[in-house]
Design a protein. Structure first.
Length: 416
């Protein structure tokens, strides 16, 4: 029963910070009910012997893999990695409890075993340890509720976890030896366990740091390309507007030269086509005009309707490259999602930019793309958030009822 309680507490410590599946509580209760019977059977059949610890550890490891995958949105490799940590947590807390019990018994402070006060103290100790693990390691290791584990990391975790487990089984045998031998062998075994745990945790942090560095490099590359693209987009928009203006002039000349009705109809169609490409947007900010004009043409080519109400003057303090990258990365995923909508009425994007209470506010609402990654995990959103944070602002993204929304708040500079 002690192992079952520890297993449930350790599982909660690592499962709660993860992305949970629907009906998480029911799934967890079902998993705990499945684990109870084999653990009790092993305890009654083998007692506190080495075969019991060996078999119960294997059962706990397998149970943890299935439970993590069943209750949280993790793949099998991540579930295996999390299960290793659950098993090591159970072993560490159990060893620490045995050590404190022996110390308290030697000092004469331990309550009689198998009594209500002893069980209450044991439960309190287990709960405090699991809470501490949850608040530190459990919440710190996953990223956005997910363990991103590669082959090298899982291999290292299996190796270090195996070394720790071997030392755990050795300690159970050592504590049954005479005190002269056990005192000499316990310290090296415990130090080896601490070494394995420390190395496993540091390895996790190093892999996270490496992944963050790669992501930062990708964001920097995307950010720099967007800033450079502004100059190209500006030239393209100017060329399109100039050609459309020349085409309108030529159409007007043809109207005067050929006033007949048949020619007028053809000229009307040509003029209407020219208006589609002359999608020049005027917001009071030249950089924003370029970005919105370019994206308006992109929307037109994909059959997406862009409803835009923007006061570009409220973002005049942003650097041109930052302003262009902000709107380009905000609109590109929305246009991609809208272009995939089967119903034409759903292929619509609403953009609102205004100043209120000392903030420049950008609201962008479009249809949700179920096939795409969550908005907050996409590189485009991370670039938007980075630009907003550069100017002491915030960026949030969420999906609700088939729609995806992005909100950016950037404080306006003080007039003084």
């Amino acid at each position: 029963m002690t192992l079952f309680l520890l297993l449930g507490g350790a599982a909660l410590a690592f499962l709660l910070p993860l992305r949970r599946r629907t009906h998480f509580a029911r799934r967890l209760v079902l998993c705990l009910a499945v684990a109870l019977l084999p653990l009790l059977a092993l305890s009654w059949g083998l007692g506190n012997t080495i075969p019991y610890y060996f078999a119960s550890s294997l059962v706990s490891l397998g149970w943890g893999i299935v439970a993590v995958h069943f209750c949280a949105e993790q793949d099998w490799i991540a579930s295996c990695y999390c299960s290793i940590w659950i098993l090591l947590t159970v072993d560490v807390i159990y060893e620490l409890w045995l050590f404190l019990t022996l110390v308290a018994a030697g000092a004469g402070f331990a309550p009689p075993p198998d009594t209500l006060p002893a069980r209450a103290v044991q439960l309190l100790f287990f709960a405090l340890c699991c809470l501490g693990i949850h608040l530190t390691i459990g919440r710190g290791m996953p990223e956005d509720g997910i363990y991103r584990i590669g082959p090298r990391q899982i291999f290292s975790a299996v190796l270090l976890g195996g070394m720790f487990w071997f030392q755990f089984l050795s300690l159970q045998r050592i504590w049954g030896m005479p005190s002269d031998w056990s005192e000499q062998l316990t310290v090296p075994a415990v130090l080896t366990q601490l070494y394995c745990l420390t190395l496993l945790y540091l390895q996790t942090e190093l892999f996270k740091k490496s992944a963050m560095q790669k992501e930062m490099e990708a964001l920097n590359l995307l950010y720099d390309r967007q800033r450079q693209q502004y100059r190209v987009a500006r030239q393209n928009v100017q060329i399109i507007n100039r050609k459309c203006h020349e085409l309108k002039v030529q159409i007007a000349d043809l109207r005067r030269l050929h006033p007949d009705a048949g020619m007028q109809k053809s000229l009307d169609e040509a003029e209407q086509a020219a208006k589609l490409y002359n999608a020049d947007v005027h917001t009071g900010n030249e950089v924003l005009d370029v970005a919105l004009t370019e994206k308006s043409l992109l929307c037109e080519s994909h059959g997406v309707r862009l409803n835009c109400v923007a006061d570009g003057s409220c973002l005049a303090f942003l650097e041109p490259g930052d302003l262009y990258a902000l709107f380009a990365n905000a609109l590109d995923p929305a246009i991609e999602a809208a272009s995939r909508q089967e119903a034409p009425d759903h292929a619509m994007i609403d953009l609102l930019l205004y100043a209120r209470q000392g903030f420049a506010v950008l609201n962008l609402v479009g249809p949700e793309d179920p096939a795409a990654a969550p908005p907050a995990s996409r590189y485009e959103f991370k670039v938007v958030r980075r630009i907003a944070q550069k100017y002491s602002g915030t960026a949030t993204a969420e999906t609700r009822e088939g729609f995806s929304s992005l909100k950016v708040l950037i404080p306006l500079p003080s007039e003084s």
